[in-house]
Design a protein around this ligand. Structure first.
Ligand SMILES: [Zn+2]
Length: 477
């Protein structure tokens, strides 16, 4: 296409009632200076823009609208994020989509040759190009399409009803396929407009678009930083601490938990809206978690602070350790991909437990220990334990004990210590006492007598998550 063609099309668009930026979009100029449309080469000799609101974008791309966005008070709060980049999104009225479609039909009819092999710059792209530099300047941040800090501008149009005929048609057509869907999304409408028969469209909407009575208006902006994840391993030294907040009959019985201790120390650091805790399994409130601890990760929602140094992580760990209830190690940022690893690793992992067991026949204890130490591995069938019956549906789990070892306890002839390595998800307490025959085989059945656990510790969870931190970390301990 020649420069003359371009100018002819450009002038025609301006005459028809488009704004300068929309006119630039239609001649397919993605590289044009959307920041400053007056400075464009194409503009030479262009006639004056009409004074009506733009018949396509309803003035979304006009300086006055862009300026009202840049001057938005809320942007001051976006400055509080430590993220150095941002990405901006626009939500515009459906009327704009309809008008854009109408204009495309019109221009294809008027200039069929010109529009044979060209590309119209989409409105949202032109809007982004028009505002991103000014926005970046205002925020002291750089536009980046991969940024996790998202700023969304919303606009509305009070004369949406002008398009009621075509809207009604779309709703009736689309609702048939999409019974459940109440409002129609922009994407669904966009797809519909791509396929609608031109004659049918013309029956329900005006081509070219009519001069609008008013411009759209900028309503509000919203912003948020995408989730980030941190991970670590925790040890729990208390036999009176739940992993997550626990309530009974809506009365909280124990006023702390591993999760609450962690959250308390993280909320202020990340200045986030909320935190979500996940771990590789859980222990009962009366079970200690020792050794290298239990792998966990925390999803941090909308963090204002995303840059934490190695030393800061270590000082968070120290602060947590001061509670004397739990301790955390290997605290670090992790990627989404690693979060999936912990979920996948779940079913394959093994756990090592140490239990203090009690029997009623102390004269038989050495006989019991001998019987246990003859065992190698065991395959168990475990019905849902009675103690968790109220919150889990009943089923039978097949689980494996990989190794087992018992030894006597000095000075106590009715006790022995038991080390077991189990498959993840094994109910260890039930394996020992048998749960009234619901776990088979059980230790009680094997030794042929009463046996129960009086204290249980998890010694290790054999899952390498998150990556161990370097020696620097180990030497602090
Ligand atoms: Zn426009």
């Amino acid at each position: 296409m020649t420069e003359t063609d371009k100018n002819a099309v450009l002038n025609f668009l301006l005459e028809t009632g488009c704004c300068k930026r929309c006119a630039l979009r239609y001649i397919g100029d993605a590289g044009a200076d959307y920041d400053n449309p007056q400075q464009n080469g194409h503009d030479q000799g262009a006639k004056k823009t009409k004074l009506n609101p733009c018949i396509i974008c309803l003035d979304l791309l006009q300086d006055v609208t862009l300026e009202s966005m840049i001057q938005c008070q809320e942007l001051e709060k976006v400055k509080e994020y430590d993220c150095k980049t941002f990405i901006n999104f626009i939500s515009f009225p459906i009327a704009v989509l309809i008008r854009e479609h109408s204009m495309e039909i019109y221009m294809n009819e008027k200039f069929p040759k010109f529009f044979e092999d060209h590309y119209i710059v989409p409105i949202n792209r032109a809007w982004s190009l028009s505002i991103q530099n000014k926005l970046g300047e205002k925020l002291g941040k750089k536009f980046n399409k991969d940024s996790l800090l998202q700023i969304q501008f919303n606009t509305s149009y009070e004369f949406e009803k002008e398009e009621s005929s075509i809207m009604f048609l779309m709703e009736s057509k689309l609702k048939k396929n999409n019974e459940e869907n109440e409002g129609l999304s922009r994407n669904v409408i966009g797809e519909f407009l791509k396929t609608i028969n031109t004659e049918l469209f013309k029956k329900h909407a005006s081509v070219p678009p009519e001069i609008p009575r008013k411009a759209l208006s900028f309503d509000q902006m919203t912003y948020k930083h995408d989730f980030i994840f941190i991970a670590g391993r925790y040890c729990k030294f208390s036999r009176n601490l739940f992993q997550t907040p626990w309530a009974n009959d809506e009365v909280q019985v124990i006023n702390s938990s591993v999760q609450e201790i962690l959250f308390e120390s993280l909320e202020n650091v990340f200045k986030c809206s909320s935190l979500v805790f996940s771990s590789s399994g859980r222990e009962d409130f009366d079970v200690r978690m020792l050794g290298r601890g239990r792998p966990f990760f925390i999803k941090i929602c909308d963090p204002k602070v995303t840059k934490i140094s190695f030393e800061q992580f270590r000082s968070i760990e120290k602060q947590i350790e001061k509670t004397n209830l739990i301790k955390v190690r290997d605290l670090q940022f992790i990627s989404r991909k690693l979060v999936n690893n912990i979920k996948e690793g779940e079913q394959f992992k093994q756990k090592t437990y140490r239990a203090l067991c009690v029997v009623d026949k102390s004269d038989k204890i050495s006989d019991y220990i001998e019987k246990i130490n003859k065992l190698r591995s065991l395959k168990l069938q475990q019905k849902t334990p009675l103690r968790v019956y109220h919150r889990r549906s009943s089923d039978i789990r097949a689980r494996e004990i990989y190794s087992i070892e018992a030894r006597s306890v000095t000075g106590a002839d009715n006790l022995f210590e038991l080390d077991v390595v189990t498959q993840a998800g094994t109910y260890v307490k039930e394996f020992v006492h048998g749960d009234l025959g619901r776990t088979k085989p059980s230790l009680s059945e094997i030794i042929g007598g009463y046996v129960d656990i009086i204290a249980l510790d998890v010694l290790d969870i054999h899952l390498d998550f998150p990556p161990r931190l370097n020696k620097k970390q180990d030497s602090i301990e």
